[in-house]
Write a protein that binds this ligand. Structure first.
Ligand code: CTP
Length: 411
């Protein structure tokens, strides 16, 4: 999920660091938008380190990307913690004199606020009226708690604890999802199909402690497997290295058999085996193109002088699967490409589709901060006639469902 965490200027900002960490740890993409005042309590470097994204307070940075609007429109959820009396008043009045204010006006996502202030300020009629206005607009208010305040006295005004805010925020999202979800379970339009999906990034050992790897989190492949199983397919999910927790839902799913491994060679064996009985094969894994020619069985030490590595090329697993394709089998590839614009992305995608000989290629644009590790994805789906049969953007699950729709249309 794409979560914006607004931070206004209160001492409780230090607790919001914990909130951001919890959200990032839960696999969410978190962008922190502090006010200038908030930075007096916790600085930019801390927010960037815990959120793993650049932080700005200004509407005048990244103007080309219209960042001030983009954050609000992309958000699935906005949390303001701590929300000071001043920030609540500005929200109630629709004042947008900083990046947080603009983001809040630009968003249609659910908003959760965690007020924090002195009791007298909380109880003031102005604050109470502002809170009532915000609640009437659908803003969710968590806390404040009653307890000791920074000034040494006690009363309502303490910011709720980070885990309480995170739980409340995620509950708001679940409620919104449940309201939006169709009443019936997913259509069983893949029932009777057997599918093989690879995911994650392979790791090629250098010595007992080092490897060549990549930034793939495995999330997109896990969602491809889950979407197929929810639609009735029997799935073998072959997973190279993935981020913590990414396989949890797949491992619990009765229709998914998860196989974990590490290197490209192991992935080739497992996928060749799974493909032998599959109707559809989807290679989402980021496979290392090269491996180290001779793996050192001892740790390579720097006193042995400047090291260099001889690399040899790994087999192209997808090409092998295409060559061995069973009659009626559909083979799907993924390609992560860097490109200057959509036209170049399309052009590269078409060339790679033809080179790989797959029935369908999902092409996505990657950059230093787009594609890998992110909660959302955007792909072009190109078929064997070079037609872009779909453009899918949104959650990795939405992209997975669009991919299965395209596979069904092809079959
Ligand atoms: N792939 C594979 N075996 C490899 C490399 C890639 O099966 N040794 C698969 C990936 O799983 C993906 C598709 O091929 O489905 C495209 O991967 P990509 O890395 O984009 O392709 P490469 O052939 O490595 O091309 P490039 O020269 O652009 O790196």
């Amino acid at each position: 999920m794409f979560v914006v965490v607004g931070v206004s200027g209160g001492i409780a900002a230090y607790k919001t660091v914990q909130l951001v960490r919890a959200l990032v740890g839960g696999g969410h993409e978190v962008h922190v938008v502090p006010t200038e005042d908030a930075l007096r309590f916790v600085g930019t470097a801390t927010w960037e380190a815990v959120s793993r994204h650049p932080v700005t307070t200004s509407v005048h940075e990244d103007v080309a990307e219209v960042r001030h609007v983009a954050l609000g429109t992309r958000a699935d959820l906005v949390i303001v913690a701590p929300a000071t009396a001043n920030t609540l008043a500005k929200m109630a009045g629709g004042i947008a004199d900083n990046l947080l204010g603009v983001t809040l006006l630009a968003t249609t996502a659910p908003v959760v606020v965690a007020p924090a202030m002195h009791t007298a300020m909380w109880e003031h009629a102005a604050t109470q009226e502002n809170i009532a206005t915000l609640r009437a607009r659908g803003v969710h208010v968590v806390g404040p708690a009653d307890g000791p305040l920074t000034g040494g006295d006690s009363g309502p005004g303490r910011m709720a604890e980070p885990d309480e805010i995170a739980a409340a925020a995620l509950a708001v999202i679940q409620e919104a999802d449940a309201a939006a979800a169709p009443a019936s379970p997913a259509a069983q339009d893949l029932a009777g199909l057997t599918v093989a999906v690879s995911t994650g990034g392979t790791r090629e050992p250098i010595d007992p402690v080092r490897f060549l790897g990549n930034r793939s989190s495995g999330r997109q492949g896990a969602e491809v497997a889950l979407a197929a199983a929810d639609r009735g397919a029997t799935v073998r999910l072959v997973a190279a290295h993935v981020d913590e927790g990414v396989l949890a839902a797949a491992e619990r799913h009765p229709l998914i058999d998860v196989v974990r491994l590490s290197t490209a060679a192991e992935l080739e064996t497992a996928m060749t085996d799974a493909a032998a009985s599959a109707d559809v094969v989807v290679m989402v894994a980021a496979v290392a193109d090269f491996r180290v020619a001779e793996v050192s069985h001892e740790k390579i030490r720097k006193e042995n002088g400047a090291a260099h590595l001889d690399l040899v090329e790994n087999p192209d697993i997808l090409a092998g699967l295409v060559a061995a394709r069973r009659p009626g089998q559909t083979v799907v590839g993924f390609a992560a490409e860097t490109a200057r614009d959509d036209a170049e992305l399309r052009e590269r995608g078409m060339r790679k589709r033809a080179r790989k000989g797959v029935d369908l290629l999902a092409v996505n644009r990657v950059d230093w901060d787009a594609g890998f590790e992110a909660a959302d994805n955007a792909v072009l789906l190109i078929d064997g006639t070079d037609a872009v049969v779909a453009e899918a953007a949104g959650s990795k699950r939405a992209v997975a469902d669009a991919l299965w729709d395209a596979v069904l249309a092809l079959r």
